[in-house]
Design a protein around this ligand. Structure first.
Ligand code: FEO
Length: 162
């Protein structure tokens, strides 16, 4: 049986992951408005990944005999100055999520909850990838600067993500 503290922390993380999904769906909509459908595709795939993260925590909590408690998802930002600012927001948000995962790992250690500690290792590794992906796109957007041609090439690249 999972502790009340860990149950509460995982329920909070479900909300964090659902908010991540919501944020990236809002961002997908922002790129669609500008006809940058490759960016839209990338963020739409990311939205689904975040739903998957929330589901992973949800399933784990049930397996451990915990009680799922869903909370209101806050309204995400819906507009950004330009693609670069949007991806700065992605990177900052992923850093925030990494912090939250680390807090969960600390709690699992404190509570000597080995099962949660083991489950969380997947998320520790996943966050390395999440930050690297955002960093990579942001670096390319910085290289592209104000060149429309470069932006369109990057848009075509991001359209490949499945
Ligand atoms: Fe669920 Fe992008 O971290």
């Amino acid at each position: 049986m999972i502790s009340k503290k860990m149950e509460e922390a995982i329920n909070n993380q479900i909300n964090e992951e659902m908010y991540s999904a919501y944020l990236y769906l809002a961002m997908a909509g922002y790129f669609a408005e500008q006809n940058l459908m490759g960016f839209e595709n990338w963020l739409f795939v990311q939205y689904h990944e975040e739903l998957g993260h929330a589901e992973k925590f949800y399933k784990y909590l049930i397996e451990r005999g915990g009680k799922v408690k869903l909370m209101a998802i806050k309204e995400p930002t819906a507009t950004w100055k330009n693609p670069r600012e949007a991806f700065e927001a992605v990177l900052n948000h992923e850093r925030h999520i990494t912090g939250k995962i680390n807090e969960l790992v600390d709690l699992a250690e404190k509570e000597k909850d080995r099962a949660s500690f083991a489950m969380l290792q997947w998320f520790v590794n996943e966050q390395v990838e999440e930050e690297a992906n955002a960093q990579d796109i942001l670096a390319k957007l910085e290289m592209v600067g104000d060149h429309k041609q470069g932006l369109l090439m990057l848009d075509r690249e991001l359209a490949q993500r499945k």
